[in-house]
Design a protein around this ligand. Structure first.
Ligand code: 3H9
Length: 698
């Protein structure tokens, strides 16, 4: 065995050389891996190896370039292109032995081997698009040559990882092996020996033309594909750039295609979108870490779950647990409401099955894991109970008193409150250490964010369990502290105040929504209100025309559900159209409030919606409610549709420059009242010191 660099070594077995990479945690292509790979290839050939196997130690094959090196600063080393050329042009067969995930640059390396052998559990993908990039090491030119253009388009614009069945079918894997990494090593060595004995050709993917020739001249294919992803990729640059590279692979010789890839890669790499998305990649992973909770803190073994409330929220929460095989007991007040709730859950599963996102048999399997009941006593044996009832402190407290009586000792008691004080809820139980907030977002079976809320007395185990179970059910978790609305809704309230004000001053709901939509949100605040229902918490008897929303409700406008809200909805397509009646009602309301109307510019709309959020985010940080600035961005990207290519409100403010943000907040604060315009001292300080919100840590 010879160490080539700190992370790469060379071994020999019979006449076969093994280049072994060991660069935990994910064998990323750090400079010493590239250098070791390059040296290893040359050394093996010089030593007279008959074949070469590239294999990795640890949990995975190379999972991509080392993203942390992207900003620069890595020592000079062999380029990845040199190492790849050494593989592709080797005079003896080169076999990549793949386990775990061959992603990004990792897959691009494997595509330079002459053959690929994989463990059955291996996954393959080019996820660069999720970092605002495109594969920059030949992947855009080699993948379509191997798997064909339609599959390459789909893989590269979605970043989806494919399994070995698909990989075999597409030619990404030549052989699939069952067992562990020892079995993989043995199979790769056998494959190598056979390749030598049988004189198998040294296949260079770059030389293949058949798959790309099939679609040459078929511009319609690209046009149709672009149309099919347009909605999902609105605002993002990288998907389009990936497509352009594949077009180059089809229409130009390999080396020219490589030049297109290089040019577009560099453009993306130096642009703001990829910077935001790469920042966000690490932000999401940082959010998992809670500084004062040791990594080895014991967590509860959650084997059963109780959910109180079978409404939209409760049903969605139950689905999350059933989806990962955890049995759920869902309790409602009466049988009718329970049946209604369970029917909605079944319908959701059936819809997923009809779309192909779950297999048809999963509908009954998952429904079989959800038991309905009208008796809270059935929570007695649950390891975790999540309350998802109406937002009312007295109601929640009475429920927690009951849960305290019913649930077994040590069970985790969680509230899905979106704004209320967890400490007040915990205080009515004899075990505040077992109580925590778990704020799911609607629809809870779809939305990725889980805002966990740590009470003053929540135990370390409960805090660690909330994060662990959240991860297990596929959520992106952020731990926050107690305050009204926590991180997400507290900031949303600020945006809402200004949006409501601006429509009185003369902006229209459609204008405010359009500005935010153009910024990259999936919808603006007024479309969102219509979706949620304008009459939530509204009562006809007590309505007093004191807000625009009340006025609209009084005029029978309840939102999307009755086709009339801030907008009027087409009964067939549900497409919204601005309604002159609404605009008139708003104008009349403004007159009654003594607000003079004027033209409000789009810039003002954007600034008044977003700057108070940034200011509030800074206040949240200085109060210690969020652990780090980047956690706030994770909340906003996953829970509220902040476009990830703008990083999140903290990253966005940093990218504008905090001094400019502060100047604007002061300017607006001089002419508008409200606490949300009072400048956060932390924000002022960071602006003075040239600091950043996104890097701020408590
Ligand atoms: C690329 O390849 C560009 C090329 O086309 C062109 C080159 C010229 N670099 O996610 P986890 C860290 S772009 C550096 O929690 P899991 C991560 O931060 C790249 N670090 O584990 C974390 O650190 P910590 C294309 C990386 O098991 C730790 O590893 N590749 C990288 O849930 C564990 O990560 C991708 O986009 C990296 N590439 O998931 C793949 N990857 O413990 C990105 C991970 O300190 N990676 N780390 O917080 C992933 O999707 C997942 O990490 C993976 C494992 C599926 C591999």
């Amino acid at each position: 065995m010879a160490a080539l660099t700190e992370s790469v070594r060379l071994e020999t077995e019979a006449d076969v050389a093994l280049i072994i990479i060991d660069n935990p945690p994910v064998n990323a292509l750090s400079w010493h891996v590239r250098q070791g790979l390059f040296d290893g290839m040359n050394q093996a050939v010089a030593d007279g190896a008959q074949a070469i196997v590239l294999i990795c130690d640890g949990r995975t094959f190379i999972a991509g370039a080392d993203i942390s090196e992207f900003g620069g600063g890595a020592p000079e080393a062999a380029s990845l292109a040199d190492a790849q050329a050494a593989m592709e042009n080797a005079p003896v067969p080169v076999i990549a032995a793949i386990h775990g995930t061959a992603l990004g640059g990792g897959l691009e390396v494997a595509l330079c081997a002459h053959y690929r052998v994989a463990l059955r559990s291996a996954k393959f993908g080019l996820p660069e698009v999720n970092l605002g990039l495109l594969p920059g090491a030949g992947g855009t030119q080699r993948l379509p040559r191997l798997v064909g253009v339609p599959k390459a388009l789909e893989m590269m614009t979605s970043g989806r990882h494919i399994g070995t069945d698909e990989a075999l079918a597409g030619g990404l894997a030549d052989e699939v092996v069952d067992g562990d990494t020892d079995a993989l090593r043995a199979a790769a060595l056998t494959f190598a020996t056979q390749a030598v004995e049988q004189g198998m050709p040294l296949v260079k993917v770059r030389d293949r033309d058949d798959k790309v020739a099939e679609v040459r001249g078929n511009d319609q294919l690209f046009a149709d594909f672009r149309a099919s992803i347009a909605r999902k990729t609105r605002g993002f640059l990288a998907p389009e750039y990936n497509i352009r590279c594949i077009e180059a692979a089809v229409n130009q010789p390999f080396d020219e295609g490589m030049a297109v890839e290089r040019k577009l890669f560099l453009e993306l790499m130096t642009g703001p979108q990829s910077a935001a998305q790469r920042y966000y990649f690490f932000a999401e992973r940082a959010a998992n870490k809670i500084p004062d909770i040791a990594k080895d803190t014991p967590v509860l073994d959650i084997q059963s779950c109780g959910v109180l409330g079978a409404g939209t929220m409760g049903g969605g929460i139950a689905m999350n647990f059933a989806n990962v095989g955890i049995p759920v007991t869902i309790v409602e007040r009466d049988q009718e409401a329970l049946d209604r709730g369970l029917a909605v859950v079944r319908k959701n599963y059936e819809r997923s099955a009809s779309r192909g996102s779950i297999p048809p048999e999963a509908v009954d399997e998952r429904m079989g894991l959800i038991a309905g009941s009208t008796d809270k006593a059935d929570f007695a044996d649950c390891d975790i109970v999540i309350e998802a009832v109406f937002e009312d402190m007295e109601l929640k407290q009475s429920i927690f008193r009951e849960l305290d009586e019913i649930c077994k000792p040590g069970a985790m008691l969680a509230s899905n409150t979106s704004a209320l004080d967890i400490n007040e809820i915990a205080a009515v139980t004899s075990r505040p250490e077992s109580v925590i907030g778990m704020h799911f977002f609607s629809p809870a079976n779809v939305m990725k964010l889980l805002e966990n809320v740590r009470g003053e007395k929540s135990s370390d185990t409960i805090v660690a369990t909330a994060m662990a179970i959240g991860k297990r059910i596929g959520k992106v978790c952020v731990m926050v502290g107690v305050c009204r609305g926590f991180v997400g809704n507290r900031m949303l309230f600020m945006r809402r105040i200004e949006a409501d004000r601006m429509i009185l001053e003369g902006a229209t709901p459609a204008q405010v929504d359009r500005v935010l939509y153009d910024f990259g949100f999936p919808m603006g605040p007024f479309a969102m209100s219509d979706l949620a229902g304008l009459d939530i918490g509204w009562k006809e008897e007590t309505s007093s025309s004191s807000t625009v929303r009340e006025v609209l409700c009084e005029h029978g406008r309840r939102g999307q559900k009755n086709g009339r809200g801030y907008y009027t909805y087409d009964p067939e397509t549900r497409a919204p159209t601005p309604d002159p009646e609404v605009e008139q009602l708003i104008r009349d309301f403004a007159v009654s409030q003594g607000v003079e109307q004027r033209e409000v510019g789009d810039d003002e709309v954007l600034e008044r919606c977003l700057y108070p959020m940034v200011n509030e985010g800074a206040k949240i940080l200085e109060e210690g409610i969020a652990i780090r600035g980047s956690d706030i961005d994770v909340v906003w990207v996953n829970g509220y549709g902040w476009p990830v290519y703008r990083g999140g409100p903290m990253h966005w403010a940093d990218s504008i420059g905090l001094a400019d943000v502060v100047a604007k907040i002061r300017e607006y604060g001089d002419r508008l009242d409200g606490e949300h315009w009072e400048l956060s001292p932390l924000l002022a300080r960071l602006a003075d010191e040239g600091g950043q919100l996104q890097q701020y840590k408590n």
